[in-house]
Design a protein around this ligand. Sequence first.
Ligand code: M6R
Length: 616
Amino acid sequence: MCGIAGYIGYRDAYPIVIKGLQRLEYRGYDSAGILLFDKDVSISKTKGKVSDLEAIMINGIFKKGSIGFGHTRWATHGVPNNVNSHPHVSNSGELVIIHNGIIENYDAIKKELIKRGYTFQSDTDTEVLVNLIEEVKKTHDCKLGKAVQIALNQVIGAYAIAVFDKAKPDEIIVAKLGSPIAIGIGKENKEFFVASDASPFIEYTKDAIYLEDEEMAIIRKNKEIKIRKIKDDSLITPQVQELKMNLEQIEKGGYDHFMLKEIHEQPNAITDTYRGRLIADQGIIRLSGVDNNLEKFTNANRIIIVACGTSWHAGLVAEYLFEDFARIPVEVEYASEFRYRNPILTEKDIVIAISQSGETADTLAAIKLAKEKGAFVYGVCNVVGSSIARESDAGSYTHAGPEIGVASTKAFTTQITVLSLMALRLANVKGTMSSSKYHMYLQELELIPQKIASLLKIDDHIKEIAKTYLLSNNCLYLGRGFNFPVALEGALKLKEISYIHAEGYPAAEMKHGPIALIDDRMPVFVIAINKGHYEKVVSNIQEIKSRKGKIIAVVTEGDTQVKEIADHVIEIPETEEAFTPLLTTIPLQLLSYHIAVMRNCNVDQPRNLAKSVTVE
Ligand code: M6R
């Protein structure tokens, strides 16, 4: 969590840093702050969003300087207020820091520093770190880079930091462990950009270096960048990568919100996911990560999927896909639980980590544990070059393009697309699916984008339904089989952006408890497609109806039975049951979106959340 953006070069740093922070607000928006240097240091910071920071910087004097860095915070240690906002300054006023991550042993360090006469203004772990660096600098009588290195060897936790020394105003030191840092390289080293991801500098340069864990960089104007290992000081040769992202992809493109744009991008995003991988008319699926490790997959005892949130829901869909298509036993685990419960793993286990951001701390820790225990780790990530992608033994990117809205939408459907391709490829290799079925599934998968496109056209109908339920306090979501995870995902979407309490359940579990909640004020969203357990779901709908619950049913085009009972129906095009989650989830995303907008909620940046959860 938290976003950092910095600049050192010949341009005005202020607009670059501010715009960069706006693009990184998906990482947290509890407070924002900026340091600029122009003859002297100026620091401005405030509780609230980057727009609040801009509002307090009305005096242009403080906007000057061609070196600067800023921070957008997701609070961990210390409530969101002005004092706890970054940047933080050392006791002497000489050193300034911004930090994304958590220093776990900050309390012990703080006590030691207090004994040595240090005082603290904030409740943050970051202020402790900058003073530790100052103390090291003093006691070792060394330069900033060395002091940062020594200090970081004393801390436990995670960090992406940028540090500035008033005495050396042509230099920024950055370092990373656990939290990401990308460095943009300008022409002839005349300027450098620093950020939590590459979006803040995409219009200035396509050349970027992603720091690895336990690396630090010394960045100076007009000088070659120097990267060192924090542990042993050894020099690293920088690996410059060419960025593929473009500016359009990270802007709203005429939509009111990123979430709406991303919902509408799904037909193209899914096409991009299977482009070059699915050649339906020839019966070919190419996934290099799987193809290069076919033996591992075909001999696997089981697949364990680790993920969080929406990605975990995609993992649940994958459980049905892998077991049904490829007959491989699957377990789906919350990464946060898996990492702490001493799981039994062998070399014949495959751990699939699913993560949009590729930076989720629990998922990253889970795969590190899996690797230690000898399992083969496969990453399904969206963000190219992200920590989980790099830590995995092999993997497939979802190629959904940047997802900025905190609520995951296209990440979910593209994850399911990759997982469907994997399951089909393995089914074909293992011979667990007849050739005719395999070909039929490939053809059907190829048609999904156009079916989503047609479904998106009924947005007005969904908006009307949203109006009816926008004042609800509670909602239930029910589904069975492949659509049970969609019920969970529908409920998560509603609660996270509209703050309405919502629960997802397998429809048959109703009678084991939740049915007690049903009355005439309880909207129940039921996925009742004409496949799998249709008749049983219809019975569940009857049970709800006879207790006066309101039914909003997602049905297959042409349905007549549910239409007679439900208060509202939303039709989805016909497809194979295994691919229905790719369609049934779309109206639920739109419903949540419209309800949240009508309730005046901040759809793209819901309260207390962040897009990339890089802390436990
Ligand atoms: O980046 P990841 O996919 O690892 O993120 C996992 C969750 O934090 C994420 O899916 C979260 O639940 C979303 N806000 C859901 O919309």
